[in-house]
Design a protein around this ligand. Structure first.
Ligand SMILES: Nc1ncnc2c1ncn2[C@@H]1O[C@H](COP(=O)(O)OP(=O)(O)OP(=O)(O)O)[C@@H](O)[C@H]1O
Length: 233
């Protein structure tokens, strides 16, 4: 296992339910997500993609095994410490954008910093915000933005704390192909220009080609790990 993994799972097992209705969602998964790289998680419906992401992000505990963010083993943390870690060291992007409707785009981007009670790094926020490419629309509320624009705001929000990892769950699931390409280009840029680490669940092979590597799950196990062709870089 490489030591430069921003996040990793070791012998991760997740069982939902008990007895006859128990479902093994993760079955002995050991995987690292290298720092400064873009990893796509693929696999059929029910193969454990979301479970792996949720457990790696500290949203859901494992049944056995360990997940680490850097050198921190998440199961050793209290609920308060885990909440703090998620706020300060993890960024999330969801299929459904999840922006706060009453806040402007700019306010949505800096919200995680306000929640974490940390001083914004103004240069970083300016850099990320400039890269979003929304120009004069930063003062607009989400309802006044297209889906693609909203999701770019969501990625900028995920980057605001300069997290160790950004976890994106089907981030292009609600976008048309042009907006998807733009969003994936933005995620790619966050990795190449800012050295961020991105882990993205996707069903779309074209989306996965923006990543450096693809992890394919099947029946809760790692079925394949490969580097992408890099054709889009
Ligand atoms: N909260 C839960 N309670 C019980 N079973 C669950 C729960 N969450 C997931 N599962 C089961 O665990 C398995 C893996 O689910 P998971 O959502 O991780 O798969 P996925 O690969 O992300 O699927 P999809 O592509 O459809 O989102 C599935 O069999 C699912 O039904």
């Amino acid at each position: 296992m490489t030591t430069d993994a921003a996040a990793r799972a070791v012998a991760a097992r997740k069982i939902y339910g008990r007895g006859e209705t128990a479902v093994t969602a993760l079955d002995d998964v050991t995987i690292g997500f290298p720092r400064g790289r873009f990893t796509a998680i693929m696999g059929p419906s029910g193969s454990g993609k979301s479970t792996l992401m949720h457990c790696a992000a500290g949203l859901d505990p494992l049944t056995s095994g360990q997940v680490y963010l850097g050198d921190t083993e998440l199961s050793t943390l209290s609920d308060t410490a885990l909440t703090k870690l998620r706020r300060e060291r993890v960024g999330f992007v969801f299929q459904s954008f999840n922006l706060l409707p009453t806040l402007t785009a700019a306010e949505n981007i800096t919200l995680p910093l306000a929640l974490a009670g940390v001083e914004p790094d103004r240069d970083w926020i300016e850099l990320v915000t400039a890269t979003v490419g929304l120009d004069d629309r930063l003062g607009h509320r989400p309802a006044e933005l297209s889906g693609g624009q909203q999701q770019r705001v969501a990625v900028a929000r995920a980057l605001a704390t300069r997290p160790d990892v950004v976890f994106a769950d089907e981030p292009t699931g609600n976008l048309d192909s042009a907006a998807s390409a733009e969003l994936l280009g933005f995620l790619r840029h966050a990795v190449d220009a800012f050295g961020q680490t991105v882990v993205m669940v996707t069903h779309d092979p074209a989306a996965a080609e923006y990543a450096d590597a693809v992890v394919r799950l099947a029946d809760g196990r790692v079925a394949e790990q490969r580097e992408t062709s890099g054709a889009r870089r």
